[in-house]
Design a protein around this ligand. Structure first.
Ligand SMILES: C[S@@+](CC[C@H](N)C(=O)[O-])C[C@H]1O[C@@H](n2cnc3c(N)ncnc32)[C@H](O)[C@@H]1O
Length: 301
């Protein structure tokens, strides 16, 4: 799991500095087999989450889901799924905290810089040569917008250097998490989001006064929308799809379904970029050919 296991959400509360550190309470029911009663309670809890907030738990890896639910259970001091279900029913704010925990939305500008380098050098030149009047880029699982806006900066830079009209590019960022998308719309970021971006690009594209505010030229061809990758219809006719650090959390069958959907969402010869620890597998790997294996860039066959 990438940034999952060490998430800051999993840190036990600290006592005052002069007190000895508190022992971290164990994560309830996070690991190991469940007895029949706990398994039934977990099924009921998933059902309740799904019917109340529409979050489709079944698509996610059970191990991952249990660990995340356990983090919230520990935070609220409950020890069984039934107790947690009851707490959720009486505390709507807890649903929002739970969904935040389940969807982990850490991102950065130019995350894995070598990927962006490869895209600028080898993928954009090919895309701009096409006769298509519009070039569509989709950041699927865009979290708070860093990936979609990195794509916007990349194409603006490319357009300037190569005398291409930047308005040919249309960038869509989608996510299941509305709060993240609201953050993306504000386009204001902290130092953390800036750790991977080249300082020259950062200077050119952000105003800095405590926070980093993305300049309007980089925002004008980007829009955001809510979309559940597992259950909603996907956009079509895309030229480049980013889906990084999202499918890692999904069950294998869902991953396979998504590879097929990404294939169908791309124009022939369109590109798919996965996260550093994600891979195409099974029959779905025949749908794409590898362009750059280390950078996880694939092309619709
Ligand atoms: C770790 S972030 C990845 C952000 C960005 N792609 C990157 O690599 O920096 C994972 C994102 O996937 C989103 N996500 C999780 N399940 C999803 C689903 N079923 N549909 C759409 N987005 C989902 C989360 O809300 C979160 O914002």
């Amino acid at each position: 799991m990438p940034q999952d296991e060490g998430s800051q959400r999993d840190i036990a509360p600290q006592g005052p500095a002069d007190e000895p550190p508190q022992a971290v309470p164990p994560l309830p029911l996070a690991h190991g087999p469940l007895n029949d009663a706990d398994a039934a309670e977990l099924r009921a809890l998933k059902q309740q989450i799904q019917s109340t907030v529409g979050f489709y738990c079944e698509g996610y890896k059970e191990k991952c889901l249990r660990r995340r639910i356990a983090v919230r259970m520990r935070a609220r001091g409950v020890h069984t799924y039934a107790q947690y279900a009851k707490l959720l029913a009486s505390d709507a704010a807890e649903y929002s905290l739970l969904v935040d925990t389940l969807t982990i939305n850490v991102s950065k500008f130019y995350r894995n810089p070598e990927v962006w380098e490869m895209l600028s050098r080898h993928v954009l030149p090919e895309l701009v040569e096409r006769p298509d009047p519009e070039i569509r880029i989709w950041s699927a699982g865009s979290a708070s917008g860093e990936e979609a806006y990195s794509a916007a900066i990349m194409v603006q830079e490319y357009a300037r250097e190569n005398d291409v009209d930047p308005d040919r590019f249309r960038i869509l960022g989608t996510d299941i998490d509305r709060d993240s998308l609201a953050f993306a719309e504000r386009a204001e970021y902290t130092d953390f989001a800036m750790t991977d971006i080249d300082p020259d690009l950062r200077e050119r594209w952000f105003d800095h006064d405590g926070t980093y505010r993305l300049r309007p030229e980089a925002r004008r061809n980007v829009r955001f929308a809510t979309l559940d990758l597992i259950r909603d219809e996907h956009p079509r006719e895309q030229h480049l799809i980013f889906c990084r650090n999202v499918i890692i959390y999904f069950e294998r069958a869902i991953q396979e379904q998504l590879f097929q959907q990404f294939h169908d969402a791309l124009v022939p010869g369109g590109y798919l970029v996965l996260g550093k620890v994600e891979a195409l597998f099974g029959s779905q790997s025949g749908l794409f050919r590898t362009v750059a294996s280390r950078q996880r860039i694939f092309r619709r066959a």
